[in-house]
Design a binder for this molecule. Structure first.
Ligand SMILES: NC(=O)c1ccc[n+]([C@@H]2O[C@H](COP(=O)([O-])OP(=O)(O)OC[C@H]3O[C@@H](n4cnc5c(N)ncnc54)[C@H](O)[C@@H]3O)[C@@H](O)[C@H]2O)c1
Length: 251
């Protein structure tokens, strides 16, 4: 019960890795806010968590919108009294269209950065007053290994996750005075229940060749590191980025 009675907002928890966090956090005793743009999926996950004996509510949110994000935090405080943990997991990811950077439109660039980068910023900003008042907080930002490796035809996504990484360092310095830690995770190669067209079979072969561990990741592979950063097991760590990446070679 590493998150016993903690209140945890997980954005993008309607599917994929975020969904796995919702179940894992609830199993560890947290009161979970399943926050997602997709209302039906958020509700389904919250219902499943409750059916499994956990505590959860669903909140529909667009993390790129300041008012929507504030409403998410308000709904959390109304339901559970406060916020202890924020996992900034929502992203334009599985639905992303890859293309040479010369062909990425301003609108596509802006949308990816609005959700992935600004969304992380806005969620941190909205929980900060609550966490500062508590003199306690755990913020876990989800970045990506592609920040270090780069990846062709992914410029908008890579840049958006680079901002998440950098923001982690910046906010750690500002929020540490109030006992709030801000760390990030760089996942790599995690297969979820959601099909995505951004990695072909040939590319998988190349990716596995670059990994020390020769297998694809599963959502359960993400849970341990995220729980660690969301709990007091990491209480003397801030401004750090953990690679959950099967030992990916970066050079
Ligand atoms: N799966 C991987 O291999 C991998 C690798 C590196 C990083 N990541 C990161 O991990 C996180 C989860 O990955 P995933 O595979 O589960 O992604 P996913 O695309 O399957 O899920 C993203 C979730 O975010 C939600 N979302 C999208 N826009 C939103 C918005 N504006 N407001 C609120 N919610 C919104 C979606 O509805 C969806 O439920 C993402 O941040 C992703 O970039 C994943």
């Amino acid at each position: 019960m590493r998150l016993k009675d903690r209140v945890a907002i997980i954005t993008g928890a309607g599917q994929g890795i975020g969904r796995a966090y919702a179940f894992a956090f609830a199993r560890e005793g947290a009161q979970v806010v399943v926050a997602d743009l997709n209302e039906a999926k958020a509700k389904a996950v919250a219902e499943e968590v409750v059916a499994a004996g956990g505590r959860a509510i669903a909140v529909t949110v667009d993390v790129s919108d300041r008012h929507s994000v504030q409403a998410m935090v308000d709904a959390t405080v109304t339901a559970f009294g406060t916020v202890h943990v924020l996992v900034n997991n929502a992203a334009v990811f599985a639905t992303l269209t890859m293309k040479p950077f010369e062909e990425i439109s301003v609108e596509e660039w802006d949308r990816v950065l609005a959700v992935n980068s600004r969304g992380t910023f806005l969620c941190c900003q909205a929980v900060a007053p609550v966490m500062r008042a508590n003199k306690y907080g755990r913020i876990v930002n989800i970045s990506s290994s592609v920040v270090q490796t780069g990846r062709a035809h992914y410029a908008h996504y890579v840049a958006s996750k680079g901002a998440v990484w950098a923001l982690t360092h910046a906010l750690a310095t500002e929020l540490g005075t109030d006992g709030i830690t801000v760390n990030s995770i760089s996942p790599h190669g995690i297969v979820t229940e959601v099909p995505r067209g951004t990695i072909t079979d040939d590319q998988w072969a190349g990716i596995l060749a670059d990994q020390a561990l020769k297998r694809k990741g599963e959502v359960s592979d993400m849970v341990g590191a995220t729980l660690f950063l969301a709990s007091d097991d990491s209480k003397y760590m801030t401004g750090q980025t953990l690679g959950v990446d099967a030992g990916l070679r970066y050079t």
